[in-house]
Design a protein around this ligand. Structure first.
Ligand SMILES: [Mn+2]
Length: 314
């Protein structure tokens, strides 16, 4: 990690007070863990600091944040794990940011100081370095926060963004008291009943094409209702279609409005999810991409399969 951006961020935080740390919308473990990890660190230095999330804080991360967060008129705003102002919710367009801490490849936040390292697997890796640089002892609370962010963004150390440095930092956090087993269980194994029901409906409705090289499922509003599932329950459902051995392309089309679908494509073994999505005006990464499409379900299905066929066969 570039030491200079850590220096700059640490110096700014050491020299200033009344700081509001801002999470991105649909908050995940990295933004919540990163913001509260830094919150506890700054608190221990006697700073006035609070964390703002315009979508609230998910119940799933209840173990990371205090019961009451006292707000005040801040002198400074700092974003945590936010790639773009579009991820800040509606009311936040006019804020000016003093500091931006992030690890997304494309970060378009305008801030006085930018502490962005796209080589970091999680924003929490960067925050770990900042906290150490500030001379703060990593408490159990801070360790749990930062471990949560790193585990979240690496899919429990399985994704290709995971580096030796990621493991080294995780090891230090566990030494500092992070409850890694408990956190991994909560994040990667435990599910709500609604989520399990939704998974069962997804599995029941999964269809295979092209000699089992493509798996596809439509998740309708009715299925969501049947399962009693909400947004949080849907998170990660798109990985199910690709999880079958032999499947090169997994498609999950979620009905968002009548005849409107949000399609997530996941690929494997050299097939490109991105190629498929680009054809429909979408984007993303090579193996995980998405697009939106409208039309009657059967027509949408045929259009997508046609494009998948070209990707798999040619
Ligand atoms: Mn992140």
């Amino acid at each position: 990690m570039t030491q200079s951006i850590i220096d700059i961020a640490s110096r700014f935080l050491a020299q200033n007070d009344k700081i509001c740390l801002i999470c991105h919308t649909s908050p995940d473990g990295d933004t919540v863990g990163g913001a509260f990890g830094l919150f506890y660190a700054l608190k221990s230095l006697g700073k006035n600091v609070y964390v703002e999330s315009f979508d609230g804080f998910p119940e799933k991360f209840r173990y990371l944040y205090p019961d009451n967060v006292e707000k005040f008129e801040p002198d400074h705003y700092a974003t945590v794990d936010v790639a773009d102002v579009g991820l800040l919710g509606n009311c936040q367009k006019n804020l000016s940011f003093s500091l931006c801490i992030d690890h997304h490849e494309k970060n378009s936040i305008e801030a006085r100081y930018k502490c962005v390292d796209s080589g970091a697997a999680a924003t929490c890796e960067i925050i770990y370095s900042i906290v150490r640089h500030l001379g703060v002892k990593i408490s159990k609370q801070i360790a749990n926060c930062l471990y949560t962010g790193i585990a979240t963004d690496t899919g429990c150390f399985r994704f290709s963004n995971t580096t030796p440095q990621t493991h080294k930092i995780a090891a230090e956090l566990i030494e500092a008291g992070a409850k890694s087993c408990e956190i991994n269980f909560r994040l990667f194994e435990q599910k709500t009943r609604e989520r399990l029901k939704l998974e069962s409906l997804v599995l029941k409705n999964l269809e295979y094409y092209f000699e089992y090289r493509c798996a596809m499922v439509f998740v309708t509003k009715d299925m969501m209702r049947q399962a009693g599932a909400d947004e949080a329950d849907f998170d990660g459902i798109a990985s199910i279609a690709r999880s079958c051995a032999g499947v090169l392309i997994g498609i999950t089309a979620r009905e968002v409005e009548n005849c409107q679908y949000k399609v997530s494509v996941r690929s494997n073994q050299g097939a490109s999810a991105l190629n498929v999505c680009k054809f429909f005006g979408g984007g993303g990464h090579k193996m995980a991409a998405g697009f939106k499409i409208s039309g009657d379900m059967q027509a949408v299905k045929e259009k997508i399969l046609q494009r998948v066929y070209e990707e798999i066969i040619h």
